[in-house]
Design a protein around this ligand. Structure first.
Ligand SMILES: *Cc1c(COP(=O)(O)O)cnc(C)c1O
Length: 359
């Protein structure tokens, strides 16, 4: 068996230890005589899995008691609709455009109400996070929406926007559990788990109690209703049981590794290694302004399409896979989530140095 260094933006690498545990427990989970894929979601044994998973993510993020943790199906795109359906009361929301995922979220919200774009970095192909210290927040806005880490463009908010008292909603899909979030600053933070947390099939929504209301848009499908999901402890219908189980194993792994402060330290170390090389290289360069750079997704280019293609080909042959940039950006992108070890980034940088020397 030989495993590659996988730089995919998502689905992405999972910790090897987690995969080994899942393999060992595949046929007989903790003496139940069944795999987690086969057991009833109403059984005591699955009850234990989801209860432990919730307790562990609460501990990792120090989630306050007045917030609920929901495990929902439908991924990120479903949350683009769930947010306006559950939160629009005045029928107005403010969105900040920092890339494709924020744009898609805004477009979906437009189906349900008025959407104001109160800041954008579209003028420079989303290569920076706009100044959000004095935004033209609509007094009627039900919430202000951001995409905190922009998976495709490789930018991240290093400071949250001043929402002037309005509820902040953040898509944290690609920075989820990469470091601590100050949960109290958000009304909702949600993430699709397939970037940094687990296999595809689930979004985790952390939501403040007062936003769980009955008087929501009556057209809201029951599967997108936050209150129904919370009242049923994410077990209104059959949840993505196996995904929740793997997420739970990842939470255990994160705790064992020293928690999210330690993950942040590691992630900063990994990212610094790559950015320092990009900033010193005569061939490769980062596409993102230094003050807005993501710790998780690192796009870079040579400035020459043919050379980019050759680099990707050679890298793949050498066991560095999924380095091709998003189809809308081109070039390369290295996603270096929690599960990417330091050795993987070191090996990539060495490979890039050799490639540079040979060309
Ligand atoms: C991948 C991604 C999404 C979309 O998630 P799906 O589960 O594929 O719908 C949304 N937001 C961000 C930031 C992402 O990285």
């Amino acid at each position: 068996m030989s495993r590659v260094y996988n730089f995919s933006a998502g689905p992405a690498m999972l910790p090897e230890e987690v995969l080994k545990t899942a393999a060992a427990e595949m046929l007989d989970y903790h003496g139940s005589g069944q795999s987690v894929m086969e057991m009833s979601h109403r059984s005591a044994v699955f009850e234990g899995i989801i209860t432990q998973a919730e307790a562990d993510i609460r501990e990792l993020l120090s989630v306050p008691d007045n917030y609920k943790v929901l495990f929902m199906q439908g991924g990120g795109n479903q949350q683009f609709a769930a947010v306006p359906l559950n939160l629009m009361r005045n029928g107005v929301a403010d969105y900040i455009l920092t890339g494709q995922w924020a744009k898609k979220a805004a477009k979906e919200a437009e189906k349900y109400g008025k959407v104001n774009i109160i800041a954008s970095s579209a003028d420079k192909t989303f290569s920076y996070i706009p100044d959000c210290s004095d935004l033209p927040v609509d007094p009627m806005a039900d919430y202000v929406y951001i995409c905190e880490n922009n998976t495709i463009y490789g930018t991240k908010y290093h400071q949250l926007p001043d929402t002037k008292g309005k509820t902040l909603v953040a898509d944290v899909s690609s920075c989820f559990l990469s470091e601590k979030h100050d949960v109290e600053k958000y009304g909702i933070l949600w993430g699709g788990v397939q970037k940094n947390v687990g296999p595809a099939g689930c979004a985790i929504v952390i939501i403040r109690d007062d936003l769980l209301r009955e008087d929501i848009n009556p057209m809201t499908p029951v599967m997108m209703n936050y209150k129904v999901t919370a009242d049923n402890r994410s077990l209104y219908n059959t949840p993505p049981c196996y995904t929740i189980y793997i997420c739970g194993l990842v939470f255990q792994w994160l705790k064992k590794m020293g928690g999210l402060d330690e993950m942040k330290r590691r992630n900063e170390e990994k990212a610094a290694l790559l950015y320092n090389y990009l900033d010193s290289s005569a061939m490769f360069s980062s596409t993102v302004e230094p003050g807005s750079r993501s710790l998780m997704n690192v796009p870079f280019v040579t400035g020459n399409k043919d050379l980019d293609a050759e680099f990707i080909k050679k890298a793949t042959e050498s066991g560095f896979v999924n380095l091709k940039g998003h189809r809308t950006v081109g070039g390369m992108r290295a996603s270096i989530y929690n599960a990417m070890p330091m050795e993987g980034v070191k090996a990539l940088v060495e490979f890039m140095k050799d490639f540079e020397a040979a060309h």
